[in-house]
Design a protein around this ligand. Structure first.
Ligand SMILES: [Zn+2]
Ligand SMILES: [Zn+2]
Length: 200
């Protein structure tokens, strides 16, 4: 990459809302950093060995897209193309309320905790904790298809930075049940979530 392209990329990474501003230091994604990360990545490719001082995300993305570089390019192009829109969508924009009576900010936080914590759990279950639907009963066995979503049972108004969101705080649910759980109040906890089902 020539120096103009490095400057352009560094500027773009600084403009995009990828890392909270409070977590950025003075050298955040500056040209020197971007340039050295890219050279280390090229070094890793050349010697087929991960450079010690390179972000893990480089390897993850490379492994995922090495056979399909065109798709990665399309993603990058879409981000560049939509930059002005992306920058207008703030944390907890109104469209993120997603049925939450508590509003967009707490909904965003709830979703964030689910994504950050929930997908790392070891206990993979096959059926929705509410309606018991099983993806393999409908679609057969589809490798790598993530159907169930982790749902955080802690009520939005009780979320606190002091909490550690261990696996017991979550249930795995299908997208339909997840959407309903987000909209009904009082918030369902571990004892009451099954009551959501209508019993004839
Ligand atoms: Zn369900
Ligand atoms: Zn949820």
């Amino acid at each position: 990459m020539d120096s103009e392209a490095i400057i352009d990329l560094s500027n773009l990474l600084n403009r995009l809302p990828i890392i909270p501003i409070a977590k950025r230091n003075d050298t955040f994604r500056n040209t020197a950093g971007v340039s050295s990360q890219l050279s280390r990545f090229l070094w890793s490719l050349k010697y087929n060995e991960k450079h010690a001082n390179i972000g893990r995300i480089f390897t993850i993305i490379y492994e995922e897209y090495k056979e399909r570089p065109g798709e990665l390019h399309e993603i990058a192009q879409a981000i560049r193309r939509n930059e002005s829109v992306i920058r207008q969508v703030g944390f907890g924009a109104s469209e993120e309320a997603d049925g939450f009576p508590e509003g967009a900010i707490l909904c965003h936080l709830h979703r964030h905790l689910e994504h950050q914590q929930g997908f790392q759990f070891k206990n993979r279950v096959a059926q929705c904790a509410i309606c018991c639907v099983r993806v393999d009963h409908i679609y057969g066995s589809l490798p790598n298809v993530q159907f169930l979503e982790p749902h955080l049972l802690v009520p939005p108004t009780e979320i606190s930075p002091d909490m550690t969101y261990v696996e017991e705080y979550f249930i795995m649910v299908c997208p339909n049940c997840h959407s309903i759980l987000h909209q009904i109040r009082p918030w369902r906890n571990r004892k009451t979530y099954v009551n959501i089902l209508q019993t004839l």
